[in-house]
Design a protein around this ligand. Structure first.
Ligand code: ASP
Length: 193
């Protein structure tokens, strides 16, 4: 995995152009943040943008992908969960697939999506597997004496039979399902009620 300067150097060597994609409004917000430069992710502040997709095709093959800019106002050089296979995304074509969104630090701490897939391998439904992974985050957060209200993580999972499920630390996430019957937008169930 290449990150930071090494990734930039490699991209330039492959012919990519360096471009500034920062919008004026975002630059203003960022400069404001630089005054304190505190990295304090909060739950349900929409300053992150991970999109994770998991799919089962007509031949019964599973796949998955995710994309993100990571959390906004992060420490320089931070790597989130999304690019780390097993953390923000994991697919095992024999068992199932899972992807995550929310505070990447918490997902990495439990190798979240690998855990969800391994729980499905042990016979748990996608729903139960997501719930158990979230409960592990809940327990670790409590053991570390942190306030669960400051943490948000959500998982979605799909198994080889096409069953799916989702669970989050707190409310605020929804996910879309597309199957032969059409499209649905579902509010994910959550722990902190
Ligand atoms: N999981 C991402 C990260 O921690 C943030 C997101 O869900 O958008 O970088």
């Amino acid at each position: 995995m290449l990150v930071g300067d090494g990734a930039l150097q490699f991209a330039l060597s492959q012919g990519f152009q360096k471009e500034n994609l920062l919008l004026e409004a975002s630059e203003k917000e960022w400069k404001e943040w630089l005054k304190t430069s505190e990295y304090l992710p909060k739950a349900n502040i929409e300053n992150h943008d991970t999109i994770g997709m998991i799919a089962l095709d007509a031949q019964g093959n599973l796949s998955g992908a995710c994309t993100t800019s990571g959390m906004a106002f992060k420490m320089h050089g931070r790597v989130g969960d999304s690019p780390i296979i097993g953390a923000g995304l994991y697919v095992d074509n024999e068992i199932g697939a899972a992807t995550a969104t929310g505070h990447g630090e918490e997902v990495i701490r439990i190798t979240g999506c690998h855990l969800v897939v391994e729980l499905m391998r042990q016979g748990k439904s996608p729903q139960k597997a997501c719930e158990e992974a979230v409960m592990r985050i809940v327990k670790l957060t409590q053991n570390r004496g942190k306030n669960l209200k400051d943490i948000q993580v959500g998982f979605i999972a799909l198994n080889k039979k096409g069953e799916y499920g989702s669970y989050c630390v707190q409310g605020g996430f929804n996910y879309a399902v597309h199957d032969a019957t059409g499209n649905k937008l579902i509010d994910a169930n959550y722990f902190l009620k």
